[in-house]
Design a protein around this ligand. Structure first.
Ligand SMILES: [Zn+2]
Length: 481
């Protein structure tokens, strides 16, 4: 349910500052006054300035908005238990996460520590070096949800802060100050008029909408008030609910920032520029940066499978090898938002978009013109047969990831294109199967599909039946930390 906030714009800025000699000067002074009170309320400047390390343990529930098994609300809720740890002067940031939801189970960590930066996977037992660690970008999300760190950053950047006015939200009065961090859009911070504690913040992403953060249930730990709850809303809808269960200040990060020697070292994650692989005669996997499309030459026309990001560039690449044949079909594997981004591109090509019947509404909403989009819905399966090729579109759902999943299957070549069920890492061993992969394997058996090559919407690496078997048989590493 969308929440409704009652907001009263009191506009003291206009009234209170009217007639001021210099509007900018008065505004800047007012912002500084509010920041000073906020610093005091959040532990005082000595404590805030001396803040060296911060470790927060939390439990989070995320709403799988447009990423649930069903196409419409109520959304699935996914659970995550994790730790964020920051060493400010050393520019070290560690984030760990043990989560499950959507047919995925993960236990991983990211360590940003200069040349010793790693991505750790505790299910697979691997450590991949991060080639270009970016401390500000990686730690930014933690800073934005941690009032003490936000206040510290605001204080450091007070010179570019501005007073936005005061306002009332649900009967509580706030002073609002805006400022910019080094990356991302400007943030508006809402300080309680009486306690001067930070209770809300907002950012607006052009083309996407409003992100609201709420900080509540303050309790003092080591002299610094810390919020025991944190909620995030996207365009007014709940998106994430977090409980902070423990906080440590100025304690060494210790083991959190070190890589256990028993983890297997795998190749560093490399940039993945757009590439085109011809998998079989007239069958291409084109993509890069984690999203891929299969194009099949059907003789008179092209069939495309997959609707992830960057479809126009992938079509451009196809045009280098097949200049003249129209794209007649664009198949959407499922309804998740990152898998219907390509709908407008197929629409612009004049193609018919193929989708599971249950996903038609989502696919139409993704189009430039919902009413005129040509959609062909699939309840069970559809066969495209031409003089040169047989292609089967099969709904192999339900799986642990989605109630319906369309795969494109080429029986002669034994090629199957899927999304979100069996993506191989670019390098290294096949990781242990998640629930999504297990239910995918079961569905293949049920449908009696004889596959020799798995193409995935999220992998440039083509898998085989051996890889699927290896995933199902792989043992969990799961080191405790
Ligand atoms: Zn998905």
């Amino acid at each position: 349910m969308k929440r409704i906030l009652s907001v009263t714009l009191a506009c003291t800025l206009a009234s209170g500052l009217a007639g001021a000699e210099n509007f900018t000067q008065v505004n800047t002074d007012k912002a500084r006054e509010i920041i000073a009170a906020a610093v005091e309320a959040h532990g005082g400047s000595a404590l805030i300035d001396d803040l060296q390390t911060l470790i927060i343990e939390h439990e989070t529930v995320t709403y799988a908005v447009d990423q649930s098994r069903a196409a419409e609300p109520p959304w699935d809720k996914n659970k995550d238990v994790g730790i964020d740890a920051l060493d400010i002067d050393a520019s070290v940031f560690v984030t760990t996460s043990e989560n499950n939801g959507g047919g995925f189970e993960a236990r991983n960590a990211t360590i940003i520590n200069g040349d010793e930066s790693y991505q750790l996977d505790y299910r697979a037992g691997t450590a991949a070096k991060i080639a270009e660690p970016d401390f500000a970008t990686t730690s930014g999300p933690f800073v934005r949800v941690t009032p003490g760190l936000l206040i510290r950053t605001l204080n450091d950047r007070a010179a570019n802060a501005y007073y936005l006015g005061d306002t009332e939200v649900d009967g509580v009065s706030y002073d609002v100050v805006g400022f910019s961090m080094t990356v991302g859009p400007a943030i508006s911070l809402y300080f309680h008029k009486k306690t001067h504690l930070l209770h809300r913040s907002e950012r607006v992403f052009p083309g996407f909408g409003l992100v609201e953060y709420e900080f509540n249930d303050y309790k003092v730990a080591d002299g610094i008030p810390f919020n025991q709850t944190f909620n995030l809303f996207l365009n007014g809808y709940p998106n994430l609910e977090r409980k902070n269960v423990a906080m440590k200040i100025n304690k060494p990060l210790g083991d959190l920032a070190t890589v256990e020697p028993t983890l297997m070292s795998v190749a560093e994650v490399q940039p993945d520029p757009l590439s085109r692989q011809e998998i079989a005669d007239g069958v291409w996997l084109i993509g890069g940066n984690g999203t891929y499309v299969m194009f099949v030459d059907m003789g008179d026309y092209i069939f495309a499978a997959g609707g992830t990001a960057g479809i126009p560039e992938r079509i451009d690449s196809l045009r280098e090898v097949v200049a003249d044949k129209p794209i007649r079909y664009g198949m959407m594997t499922h309804h998740h938002f990152d898998h219907v981004l390509g709908v407008p591109a197929y629409e612009a090509e004049g193609a018919t978009v193929i989708a599971a019947t249950a996903h038609e509404a989502v696919v139409r909403r993704a189009a430039a013109n919902a009413d005129s989009l040509n959609v062909e819905t699939i309840d069970d399966r559809k066969v495209l047969q031409t003089d040169t090729r047989r292609l089967e579109i099969i709904d192999i759902g339900p799986t642990a990831h989605t109630e319906h999943l369309l795969v494109a299957y080429l029986p002669e070549a034994g090629i199957l294109f899927e999304a979100d069920h069996f993506a191989l890492p670019a390098e290294g061993p096949v990781p242990p199967a998640v629930s999504s992969t297990k239910t995918f394997a079961t569905a293949l058996t049920r449908q009696e599909l004889d596959v020799s090559k798995f193409l995935s919407a999220h992998s440039a690496r083509v898998g085989g039946m051996d890889d699927l078997r290896a995933a199902l048989e792989a043992k969990l590493y799961q080191a405790e930390r």
